[in-house]
Design a protein around this ligand. Structure first.
Ligand code: SF4
Length: 424
């Protein structure tokens, strides 16, 4: 969007007014691929005469193989500065595949004034692109390539600019933040956090996705010392069976992952941990699945997302056998979710009665019952994936800013809060 804006293009909220519709796709697992294709078909159906560009990971992964005449042009995920060229080609009626061959290029993003698509107050900052881990189930290295980390000054400059624009929460993302900087000299995650801690002002830094085998323990002390770094970690453990973890090309075991959690909670007792689990990986027996359930029970994580295995061509796990049926994988996923519900509820209950900072994100508009209702997030709630803070307030609140709130109840996975007048 930033590159297009620079060339004079503007985005519109109604596709009927658009000259070009760009669909940013995902190509990571079967369901995401299908969703991306369905989006192209749906837009083609509604807008038969508008140019449609299929952009992003699905286009990159299947550039040569995909047969989708509903899209006028394919554009990959490498050097995004070519997007203006792609739009010009599409408008000229050139039905072409434009996948720049350069490696993923996070070094030269349009740093200033990029449009933000997140809710007010929060922004994602991609600090690296690609991944050198080779988890056998994962197609991301095929799509995104090897790890390429941005430099510390580059990330710092972008964070500074976002803070100047009023952003209150910097969500650092990459395929694995623990590997950040290991592809070059000049600073890894601890050095980046040290540099960020020198910035002035009130803001949150949230670290999303750290491979548990690559967790840099030295960041715990930094996070303890600077309360602007949220004690929130997204550690995709994936499994609790040693055999399955090995087959996934992961070095950890349930024991080493529980030891990591103990270290985190020793230094940051209030830390919130999110994880993802994968059921139905080839060879997963009932005993392996029981090991995952046991790990889940022992770990007592705040948030867990569970996915069923998707068999992706060109990944090492593609040819592994015996395969687990989709029905068994789905039943195991349901069992994980069932076991997690009371754990998450209990973990969230620890916040009841406490006064904490909330980032106000949205106001409910419309009916009278919604009067004075807002949605926000606490430190324990990452954008989009976790529960929310439901705020009731007599006073007008400013979206995109913090307010001290008292947590008085839990509703499902959400927390109900009131502004704490004594502290605001
Ligand atoms: S660390 Fe994540 S992105 Fe990298 S290969 Fe493993 S699952 Fe894929």
């Amino acid at each position: 969007m930033a590159y297009l804006n620079r060339s004079g293009w503007v985005s519109v909220s109604d596709a009927a007014e658009a000259d070009v519709i760009i669909i940013n796709s995902c190509g990571f697992i079967e369901s995401a691929k299908q969703e991306s294709i369905n989006a192209v078909l749906a837009y083609r159906n509604c807008y038969p005469d508008t140019k449609i560009i299929l952009a992003g990971c699905l286009a990159q992964r299947y550039a040569q193989d995909i047969s989708l005449p509903e899209a006028d042009l394919l554009f990959g995920n490498r050097d995004l500065s070519h997007i203006t060229e792609a739009v010009s080609c599409a408008l000229k009626g050139e039905r072409t595949v434009l996948i720049p061959e350069t490696p993923v290029c996070p070094h030269n993003p349009p740093l200033t004034g990029r449009p933000l698509l997140s809710l007010p107050g929060s922004a994602y900052i991609k600090i690296s692109e690609g991944c050198n881990n080779r988890c056998t189930f994962c197609s991301i290295p095929l799509i995104r390539g090897d790890l390429v980390s941005r430099t510390v000054p580059d990330v710092l400059q972008e964070c500074r600019e976002l803070l100047d624009r009023g952003i209150k929460e910097l969500c650092l993302i990459g395929q694995d933040l623990g590997s950040y900087g290991t592809d070059r000299a000049g600073g890894q995650l601890p050095e980046l956090l040290e540099a960020l801690s020198l910035l002035e002002g009130t803001f949150w830094v949230r670290l999303l996705y750290i491979h548990p085998d690559r967790f840099p323990l030295s960041i715990l002390e930094l996070i303890r010392q600077d309360s602007r770094f949220l004690p929130y970690f997204d550690l995709p453990f994936q499994h609790g069976s040693a055999a399955i973890l090995r087959a996934m090309n992961r070095q950890g075991t349930a024991e080493s992952y529980l030891a990591l959690l103990a270290k985190i909670w020793d230094i940051l007792p209030d830390a919130t941990i999110r994880s993802t689990f994968l059921t139905g990986f080839p060879g997963e027996t009932d005993a392996d699945f029981q090991a995952l359930l046991d790990f889940q029970e022992a770990a007592q994580l705040d948030w867990v997302g569970c996915f069923t295995y998707s068999r992706e061509e060109d990944t090492p796990a593609y040819s592994l056998k015996p395969r687990v049926s989709k029905a068994v994988a789905a039943a195991r996923k349901a069992r994980i979710e069932e076991q997690q519900t009371p754990i998450t509820e209990k973990r969230m209950d620890r916040f009841i009665g406490r006064t904490l900072e909330v980032l106000v994100e949205e106001r409910f508009l419309g009916d009278a019952e919604a009067e004075g209702l807002y949605l926000g997030r606490l430190a324990c709630q990452a954008p989009e994936v976790d529960g929310a803070a439901v705020i009731t307030s007599d006073q007008e609140l400013h979206v995109g800013s913090y307010i001290r709130c008292r947590v008085f109840a839990r509703a499902g996975f959400d927390l109900e809060v009131h502004p704490d007048d004594a502290q605001n």
